[in-house]
Every structure is written in structure tokens, then in C-alpha cells.
Write a protein that binds this ligand. Structure first.
Ligand code: ADP
Ligand code: ADP
Length: 222
């Protein structure tokens, strides 16, 4: 399995946001690290096919993602930065709703949703309305919904925003426990969030990929 990002360029109006970004990922956990405004969200949205690049391609197993997009979507899990929750639904109902949207088999959906809610530590509040959830709880619900279809590619945009230190540890364990047959990309502007989770770090600065390497090696340089 591989995901190849090739010569991606993106402009908004006449401003260049991403400059000729290329890299290939094999299964593993990757941290996309960069300051606010560096272009992380834009790049992740392009990888998910939600935003179109002006130039370049994203290939999954050597095929352009838009060639068989429905197929690609079905193996993709995405937590966008501005994820919409439905405050009047309970956590469990929300998960069931996302499962239905993603075409998860009805019989297994309930079990899968309950299992994921347990994994992210929301079992006790699954029957409470989302409007009563804390920021960290919502974030963990966002991570759970991204994993509903057991995605091969899991993309989490700033997943640790709003998590308290205890929740951050839970999050690390959760990501660490994911099967190694997935490509996981998580973006953050906080070095320590990815230093110990990610197998590799990609550093993006002003729309350019400036470094890529093993987390512990790169962090030494900072
Ligand atoms: P990051 O996720 O690293 O904070 P973003 O990808 O959100 O960075 O943003 C990179 C740059 O692109 C920023 O300057 C931002 O203002 C700009 N940008 C992002 N989305 C849009 C958009 N839809 N229209 C215009 N500019 C955008
Ligand atoms: P709408 O039908 O309202 O346009 P979508 O279902 O396309 O909404 O997307 C809803 C949200 O989920 C958006 O914020 C989008 O970025 C995100 N998204 C898009 N594609 C996927 C996907 N394959 N998996 C998870 N989230 C996705």
C-alpha cells in the first residue's frame, strides 16, 4: 500500500499556499508539523480529495484518487479541523448516523460504534447529548467517527486541540495501538504531540516541505 503526493501546488487567489509538494508514504504514523498558516489543512484536504490542487496528483496504490474516488473515500477516514457535530444527538446516535452515511453494514454498525466509543473513552457518556460534551470529548468523538469504516488511510487535522494532558496520553495510546497496516497522518503545530507517536515527521513551512525524517532524529535538531 502506498500514497503518493506528487508535485502538489495550490493557490488561493494569486497567493501560493503550497509549493511543489512531493512525498510518498507507506503504512505508518506520520506527523505533519508546521506553524499555523503553513498549509497543513490545505494539504490534508487535498489528500482527502475535498479540495482540488491547481497542479499535481495524489495517487493511492499508483492510481489517481479521482479515477476511482468512491473506492478511495471508502478506505479513507478524515477528521477535518472544523468538524461539524450535531449537538442535539447523543454520542452514540451521532456515530450511528456517520456509520449509515459511510455505508457501514447495519447489523455490525451498532457493535462497531459502541466498540469505538469505548476505545476513545466515551462509553460512560455515549447516551448524553453532544452539547454537554467538553471540547476534549468532542475531539475524541471526532477521532472515533473517522475510524468507523476501519480506514486504511486515517487523516486527523490537529486532533489534539482541546485535549487535556490526560486525554493527550489516551490519544497517544489510541494512535499507537492502531494496526500497522494503516497510513495515519496527523497534523499539529505542537512538536511534543508527534515526537513520540509518529514514526516519521514531515515539516512544512510556508507551503514548502522542508524536512522529513525519523521523529527522534529530527527532534534532536530543534
Ligand atoms: P495550517 O493548517 O497549517 O494552519 P492552512 O492550510 O489552514 O494552514 O492555511 C494556509 C494558508 O492558506 C493560510 O494563509 C490561510 O489563510 C490560507 N487559506 C486556507 N484556506 C483558504 C481558503 N479557502 N481561501 C483563501 N485562503 C485560504
Ligand atoms: P457535504 O455533503 O455537507 O458537502 P461531506 O459529506 O462531503 O459534506 O463532508 C462533510 C465533512 O466531512 C466535510 O468537512 C469534509 O471535509 C469531510 N469529509 C469529506 N470526505 C470525507 C471522508 N471521506 N471521510 C471523512 N470525512 C470526510
Amino acid at each position: 500500500m502506498n500514497l503518493e503526493i506528487k508535485n502538489i501546488e495550490k493557490k488561493y487567489d494569486n497567493t501560493s499556499i503550497l509549493n511543489d509538494i512531493s512525498f510518498t508514504l507507506q503504512p505508518g504514523i506520520y506527523g505533519l508539523l508546521g506553524a499555523n498558516g503553513a498549509g497543513k489543512s490545505t494539504l490534508l484536504r487535498i489528500i482527502c480529495g475535498v479540495t482540488r490542487a491547481n497542479k499535481g496528483t495524489v495517487n493511492y496504490n499508483n492510481t489517481d484518487i479521482f479515477e476511482r474516488f468512491e473506492n478511495y473515500r471508502s478506505i479513507l477516514g478524515f477528521l477535518p479541523q472544523e468538524f461539524k457535530y450535531y449537538p442535539e444527538l447523543t454520542g452514540l446516535k451521532f456515530m450511528m448516523y456517520i456509520a449509515a452515511l459511510k455505508g457501514v453494514d447495519k447489523k455490525s454498525a451498532r457493535e462497531r460504534c459502541e466498540e469505538l466509543l469505548k476505545i476513545v473513552g466515551l462509553n460512560d457518556v455515549k447516551n448524553k447529548k453532544i452539547r454537554k460534551y467538553s471540547g476534549g470529548m468532542k475531539q475524541r468523538l471526532g477521532i472515533a467517527q473517522a475510524m468507523i469504516n476501519d480506514p486504511k488511510i486515517l487523516i486527523l487535522d490537529e486532533p489534539t486541540v482541546g485535549l487535556d494532558p490526560k486525554e493527550r496520553i489516551k490519544f497517544r495510546n489510541l494512535i499507537g495501538s492502531l494496526s500497522n497496516e494503516k497510513i495515519v497522518i496527523l497534523s499539529t503545530h505542537i512538536v511534543s504531540d508527534v515526537a513520540y507517536i509518529a514514526d516519521e515527521i514531515l515539516i512544512i513551512k510556508k507551503g514548502c516541505l522542508i524536512n522529513r525524517g525519523i521523529a527522534t532524529e529530527l527532534v534532536k535538531e530543534i
